[in-house]
Design a protein around this ligand. Structure first.
Ligand SMILES: [Zn+2]
Length: 225
């Protein structure tokens, strides 16, 4: 794959827009969440810590290298910077990473339950299963390391007892996976726990949906059980 990166200005513009979307959709509260764009083989722009993702400007970001060293910017980079770096280091095709505390996805993460249902077509197309990690303390090396096994074969992950993480070939794709994850989680919540009834796909239908999803370019963390 040809390595093509956004310029610094382009990356910052997209980060501001994506942060606004996350905020407006209620995927982050207070200063929650963080997002980044890779702009070189070993450099990224990431949100600084302690700011609302709905009210960012060009000074809300820090440029760091893959060791976490600050190269440019006024503030301190997000406490989850190493988690973002691990996404980029593990999969060379990743250009954008989004971390949020979207309510439904986070509820499943706090229950320790992967998103695993065979009753909604879109969830299977987009993800198959969204895995859930064991809890790791936010802002630590443990959290950054815990996600590595999932990066190459997925585009989304529930961070146990914490929140959600998505990544993709650009920041828009990473953000769209966040929206799709939240839809999937909300749908499972409503059918399984509010209505209390699920009409399940047959094995054959699940296989067909998984196949269509793969053709659409979805990575799938497993076959819904
Ligand atoms: Zn978080």
């Amino acid at each position: 794959m040809e390595k093509k990166y956004l310029t610094d200005d382009e990356a910052i513009e997209k980060l501001i827009l994506t942060g606004q979307r996350m905020y407006e959709r209620g995927f982050v509260a207070g200063s929650d969440g963080n997002l980044s764009i890779r702009v070189d083989d070993d450099k990224l722009w990431i949100t600084m810590s302690g700011i609302s993702k709905g009210h960012m400007d060009k000074d809300s970001f820090v440029k760091v290298d893959f060791k976490g060293n600050k190269l440019f910017g006024k503030g301190k980079s997000s406490s989850e910077t190493m988690m973002h770096i691990k996404c980029y280091e593990t999969d060379d095709t990743v250009r954008g990473v989004v971390h949020a505390h979207s309510p439904y996805g986070t509820a499943f993460a706090c229950a320790g339950l992967p998103l695993d249902a065979r009753n909604v077509a879109e969830g299977i197309l987009q993800f198959g299963i969204v895995p859930c990690t064991e809890f790791a303390m936010p802002g630590t090396e443990d959290l950054a390391m815990s996600i590595i096994p999932y990066i190459k074969d997925n585009n989304a992950l529930l961070l146990g007892n914490h929140g959600v993480l998505t990544w993709g070939e650009d920041i828009l794709k990473a953000y769209m996976k966040l929206e799709a994850l939240e839809f999937y989680a909300r749908e499972i919540m409503l059918t399984r726990y509010v209505i209390g009834k699920e009409r399940l796909f047959s094995d054959e239908d699940v296989d067909t949906l998984m196949e269509i999803g793969r053709k659409m370019g979805s990575k799938q963390g497993g076959r819904p059980s």
